[in-house]
Ligand binder design. Structure first.
Ligand code: SF4
Ligand code: SF4
Length: 139
């Protein structure tokens, strides 16, 4: 069974994704592609499409609820990294739950992670690849 985020994408079509402009690649180097952002205020950018109605991040490649990936996963904003999928780390995530419900899906439960636990190694973070897809992972 794949990671549940790969068949979801709801949070990327639900919330405004705002962050400090220094997270972007505007000064060169790495970071969130500036071309995919719009200015929110003097210090903040947001992902294009997330300050709109309906919300849908420009970097989202998904049929929400069916398949999902983030086109800029390695360079996604910090706020995207901070959204855990519910029960991935032993507790519910209100943002995840709200987004899934808004898109007609049931919130994740502990049972949605059994596949991972069955493949566990020997610790409390059986999925600890170091790059957990708290939101859709790039292919
Ligand atoms: S964090 Fe939750 S809402 Fe976001 S893609 Fe993963 S399962 Fe869906
Ligand atoms: S994880 Fe990617 S697709 Fe989702 S909101 Fe963040 S930048 Fe957009």
């Amino acid at each position: 069974m794949p990671h549940p985020c790969l068949a979801c994408g709801a949070c990327c079509a639900q919330y405004r994704v705002a962050f400090h402009w220094l997270e972007s690649d505007a000064l060169g180097g790495g970071g969130v592609p500036h071309a995919l952002t719009e200015r929110l205020d003097a210090h903040r950018l947001c992902m294009r499409g997330t300050y709109s109605d309906p919300v849908r991040c420009v970097a989202l490649d998904a049929v929400v609820g069916v398949r999902s990936r983030c086109r800029i996963h390695p360079d996604r904003p910090s706020v995207c990294r901070e959204v855990d999928a519910s029960w991935e780390y032993g507790k519910a995530s209100p943002q995840c739950d709200r987004a899934r419900i808004a898109h007609g899906m049931a919130p994740l439960t502990v049972a949605d992670w059994r596949w991972r636990d069955d493949a566990d190694n020997d610790d409390d973070h059986p999925d600890d690849s170091g790059n957990s897809p708290s939101s859709p992972r790039a292919a």
